[in-house]
Every structure is written in structure tokens, then in C-alpha cells.
Design a protein around this ligand. Sequence first.
Ligand code: ATP
Ligand code: MG
Ligand code: FE
Length: 344
Amino acid sequence: PLVLGIETSCDETGVGIVRGHTLLADAVASSVDEHARFGGVVPEVASRAHLEAMVPTIERACATAGIRPYDVDAIAVTSGPGLAGALLVGVAAAKALAFALGKPIYGVNHLAAHVAVDQLEHGPLPEPAIAMLVSGGHSSLLRITDVTTGVEPMGATIDDAAGEAFDKVARLLGLGFPGGPVIDREARSGSSVAIDFPRGLTARHDLERHRFDFSFSGLKTAVARWVEARERSGEPVPVADVAASFQEAVCDVLVRKALDAASSEGIEDIVIGGGVAANSRLRVLAEDRAASLGIRVRVPRPGLCTDNGAMVAALGSEMVARGRTPSALDLPADSSQPITSVLV
Ligand code: ATP
Ligand code: MG
Ligand code: FE
């Protein structure tokens, strides 16, 4: 099926077009620069930017794919979770398109789309699979039996999301926003063993109750304390070493728990998605450790890890291919749509 997908859950206006598992276009307009001076995404600013970017981004995607809107078999759109006002812009645009073209509409879960996008790069998703979703707002381990219906949470962060930790640590190091890409870059010239930062929820007594859960707020505080102590003593802060050691702590825990989840379920495939999956250290560490256990790891290329429209089109394409019932034309935007609700 030829599917056009629309993503507006946060600060990226994304329009993707796929045919089956083939990516034809992935147009993204980001308002990230407008938020940078506030140190985080400002919802009102994001909504307005989506409004302005929506039509040009749809046009750009269609031109790149060499299709006309009338050619599509279905429209897919992120219905949630995300910023309410931002979601509404994408959902309204998708409804208008679906109504005007007389095509079915699928309101899909943003988090499941972060997982489904991998099929555009590596072919049909392995099922069952363990999915690790690590982004700005979420950090979860999921058991996937059928990505269009069966997403089962195994664990999640009990405080900050992994991407949130990157953003907060970058801020306290004065590196700007968003933090993930800058920390990734800084870490390359630092030592990952320079500072022994804590690995949240990995102690034996924590594993009893939180085997597949994450905690990153203690790590963030530990980094803040370490940096403050340095500053108080008048010594320079070795930014690259702090970045590398912090990044190592996050990636170490993520990979350990994802592999443990796969082993415990007897599942041999792990799919990693979400913005933090773009992290270069996470990708290498996951591949290395998985290989020695005979577990396969799939991570889409960095451009498909952060928010985009192709991921929504990819999940929409699976909905059509697997004969799922489309959403109603009055489908809601649900800012807190749970991961267990893949299609509204
Ligand atoms: P969610 O998907 O939970 O709704 P979101 O849509 O804001 O959140 P994504 O675009 O999926 O999130 O991811 C953005 C997050 O990914 C930010 O926190 C950013 O710092 C982080 N990120 C991006 N690139 C990297 C990287 N190379 N290393 C680590 N983190 C990264
Ligand atoms: Mg973003
Ligand atoms: Fe996202």
C-alpha cells in the first residue's frame, strides 16, 4: 500500500510516504531552533510552527516521492501521545486530507511508530521481538507480538526518560538544547571510565521489583553534584569526560536491561527506537554485547530514530497490510495515549 504519514507530536512537522516497506519520502520541518533559547520545547510555539509548516511539508513529501495525494491508499497520523495542541494540528490536517481524498485514516501511537519505522531500513519486523523505546519523553521495554496490536509493556522509567537525562545533563554542562546530539559529540573526545556514575536500578534489591524498569534522575543528580564539587574546588570541569562517563552509564543500563528482557522471554530479536537510539555509543554497545549472546539487534539509521513522518507512514502501511479497521473520521488526539493502544 501507498501510505502518507503525518507526525506533529512534539517539535517536528514530519510527512513521510512509504510503499509497503519502501521509503519514498521523509520530509521534516523542525522548530527546534525556536525552542533552543528556552531550553526546552514551548508547546504554543510548536503548535504555531506546525500550522505554518504543514502544507509545505506535505507538498515537499509528495514532490520527493513523485506522487499526487490522490494516489495514496491511506493516510496515517500520530494521534498520541504528545503535546495536545501540536497533535491537533496533525490530526486535523490528516482528517482534511482523508475526507477530501475519500481515503481511510489510521490514528496511530507515536511510540509504536518509533518501533515500526525500522522495517523501512531492515525489512519486515521480527515478531515476537523486544522493543526498547528510548526518547525525550519515554523509556520503555516492550514485548511485541504484532506491532499493529500487541505491544506489551515489560518495564519503563520510574522517573526521567533517557532523552530527558541527556537534555538535563547537557544543560548543566552548558552545552545547549537538545542535549543528546551535543553530548554524543563531546563524549567522543572524553573517557567513558573517567568517572564512575551510578547505574540506576541495577542493584540486586532493585532488580527484584524493577528488573525491567529504568531510573535516570539519580544519575542526573550525581552528575550535577560532581560538577558542582569541581566548580567549588576551582578546578576546570572536564566536560568531555563527564559527557562520556554519563553517556556510558545510560547506555550500559539500557543495553543490560534490553538483553535481560530478551533472554528472560527467550526472544532473539531486539529493536531499538526513539531519539536516544540515534546515540552512537548505544548502537555500538548494543551490537557488541548482543552478538556475544546470539541476539540480533536492529536500530534504524539516526535520521529515522528522531521524530519523523516516515515512522507514522510505516506503521500505517502495516495497518493496511494486516487488514486493520481504519479509525473513524472524528478520531481524537490523545495527549496521553497509552502504549497499549496502538490504533485509535
Ligand atoms: P517521545 O517520542 O517520547 O514523545 P520526543 O518525540 O521528544 O519524545 P524524540 O524525537 O523521539 O523524542 O527524541 C528526542 C530526544 O532524543 C531528545 O531528548 C534528544 O536529546 C535525544 N537524542 C537525539 N539524538 C541523540 C543522541 N545522539 N544521543 C542521545 N540522545 C539523543
Ligand atoms: Mg524533537
Ligand atoms: Fe518521539
